[in-house]
Write a protein that binds this ligand. Structure first.
Ligand SMILES: Cc1cc2nc3c(=O)[nH]c(=O)nc-3n(C[C@H](O)[C@H](O)[C@H](O)COP(=O)(O)O)c2cc1C
Length: 207
């Protein structure tokens, strides 16, 4: 299977460097219910502001409820649907905009929910699977189709399954699948002591 490990200046944990957003999913290799629950547990134990746990996630499993899965798939943009359809599981990720304890606005809800989503992505790698987050979906349709209360904001839909070979994809998707992964230079986003003062790595091969 295609590996696209991050090229890092310093070694990082292999689960982090091995994670990447593949689009070739194996439609035949079954994701077990145990693994689906493990993904939920990974998110459940994420940290959150005031321990509010503002994330809400709807799990769509093609093998347990094909109608609900297809409804979720149809909420994605057409371009995403062409490859997500081979992922057995789609997780819709939403955040509560209010704290549970007092209904005050929770300005950390999206932050916490993003952390929980990343936990799912990393747990997927740990279980030998792949996860690909998608922002390309119709938020209003998700809310109306699944009767989601107003105060919850849809953030992403995560495609999860076992990776497949890149040559199972059409030409456009294949080219993207095998393209190098890139990142901005370290110092473009990480500053030393003050705004926009690039942090410098001691390493001569700094990226
Ligand atoms: C919030 C979010 C939304 C994304 N939306 C899409 C999407 O709609 N379709 C898609 O193919 N990839 C989507 N991606 C995947 C990104 O393109 C990908 O994470 C980025 O290019 C970095 O690649 P990597 O995850 O392999 O490191 C999204 C990722 C995130 C975190």
């Amino acid at each position: 299977m295609l590996k696209k490990n991050a090229k890092t200046i310093q070694p990082i944990h292999h689960l982090l460097s091995e994670r990447w957003s593949c689009r070739s999913f194996n439609p035949d290799k079954i994701v077990s219910k145990e693994h689906i629950i493990a993904l939920c547990e990974a998110a459940r134990w994420a940290p959150s502001c005031f321990g509010d746990e503002p994330w809400r996630m709807i799990i769509f499993d093609k093998h347990s409820n094909i109608d609900a899965y297809n409804n979720a798939l149809n909420i994605l943009g057409e371009w995403n649907q062409q490859w997500v359809k081979n992922a057995q599981v789609i997780i819709a990720v939403l955040a509560d905009t209010e704290f549970r304890k007092n209904s005050e606005p929770n300005r950390w809800g999206n932050y916490d929910t993003g952390a929980a989503a990343m936990s799912i992505c990393i747990q997927a790698v740990a279980l030998g699977m792949a996860a690909h987050q998608c922002g390309g979906f119709d938020q209003d349709k998700l809310k109306s189709e699944f009767q989601i209360p107003d105060k919850f904001v849809p953030l992403s839909m995560i495609a999860i399954g076992y990776q497949d070979y890149p040559d199972k994809l059409n030409k456009d998707l294949f080219d993207r699948e095998i393209a190098d992964r890139t990142r901005r230079n370290l110092g473009d986003n990480f500053f030393d002591s003050c705004w926009e003062n690039p942090i410098i790595s001691e390493d001569k091969n700094d990226l």
